[in-house]
Design a binder for this molecule. Structure first.
Ligand SMILES: [Zn+2]
Length: 330
């Protein structure tokens, strides 16, 4: 096992700890001299409960069971379940590799609204979620809950762009919310040099090469029309309208409501509802991408497999007890 501090391979076994009736292997690093155990750096680190119990709890939660119900079934306090969720959700960056450069990416962005907390009007409620999904692989790129304001769009767009930017071909199709485009323009626009400009092209500031941005605007008779935002790079091919129209986010929204109990209940246990929603989103996203095969893909295929990150589904146990997808042996 590599050292969790310096990644050195020069580690040796160094006794065992007992945690929740199970022994946990300890290691000593010969390179940096520090000690760690097989749970260090994983969501299970510093938790005393047997991993089997936590695995069951997280499985129940990811199928939409409420916090209290999960606690009652497993004979643990609901607060312990919250605590385990915090550990799991904090590991999300280890399970969020960037888009492969050679992959053509189509990003779909959308918003869902859920009532949380008091009876506030939607404008003042933190119950908004914006999320981004890659169309072909169903890979769930990013999701964030909060007030529907400039900050939410800025955060969401920034992390979706950071994920996608290494890809050479990025199609960015969202609903009619213009703030997606506004934030993205700050990140993904370039100024053409005179030498790069074809004679017939009069635009100087354009999207980066390979980036195409379109939104679906609701028309007066409920008929949506497509609008391309800003000018594309002269060498970027533009997709047909029908490609922008296709959108799978409705299915994603209903799955979110079904599987994350926080999206169904108005009263919940979280002291800070938006924190709870974001935690639920992180968990759902990890499970959606890595653990649960997606019905729309091949047999037993997860979005992470379709994206080419790995060649088999990850188990909930691995998600809890592994440091990152890079540590999983195929
Ligand atoms: Zn070390």
């Amino acid at each position: 096992m590599n050292c969790v501090y310096c990644e050195s391979e020069l580690t040796v076994r160094n006794g065992k700890n007992r945690a929740g009736g199970k022994s946990v292997q300890r290691y000593l690093c010969k390179e940096c001299g520090r000690r760690f155990n097989e749970r260090s750096g994983t969501p299970m680190a510093k938790l005393k409960t047997p991993v089997a119990t936590i695995t069951l709890a997280m499985k129940a939660r990811s199928e939409g069971l409420g916090l209290r119900a999960t606690g009652r079934i497993l004979g643990v306090a609901a607060n312990s379940v919250v605590n385990w969720e915090k550990h799991l959700s904090a590991a999300i960056s280890n399970w969020s590799p960037p888009a492969p450069a050679e992959k053509e990416i189509t990003i779909e962005g959308d918003e869902v609204y859920t009532r949380i907390g008091e009876n506030l009007p939607p404008r003042r409620s933190e119950g908004w979620t914006i999320h981004f999904i890659e169309r072909e692989t169903r890979y769930w790129i990013e999701a964030q809950a909060g007030l529907k304001n400039a900050q939410l769009f800025k955060n969401g767009v920034t992390s979706a762009w950071n994920w996608a930017r290494s890809s050479e071909s990025i199609r960015w199709f969202t609903d009619g919310e213009r703030r997606y485009g506004k934030e993205l323009w700050k990140l993904a626009s370039v100024r053409l040099k005179s030498s790069e400009m074809p004679l017939t092209y009069q635009y100087r500031k354009v999207w980066r090469e390979g980036v195409e941005v379109a939104i679906k605007v609701k028309g007066s008779q409920g008929k949506p029309h497509i609008e391309w935002l800003k000018q594309e790079h002269p060498f970027t091919p533009i997709s047909p309208k029908s490609d922008v129209h296709a959108n799978h986010n409705e299915a994603q929204n209903s799955s979110l409501r079904r599987r994350a109990s926080g999206y169904r209940r108005r009263q919940n246990l979280y002291a800070k509802a938006v924190e709870g929603l974001n935690r639920a989103l992180n968990m759902q996203r990890m499970i959606h991408n890595w653990v649960r095969p997606h019905w729309g893909l091949g047999k037993m295929e997860t979005p992470a497999m379709a994206m080419g990150y790995i060649n088999r589904p990850i188990t909930m146990l691995e998600l809890l007890s592994t440091r990152s997808f890079k540590c999983v042996t195929p």
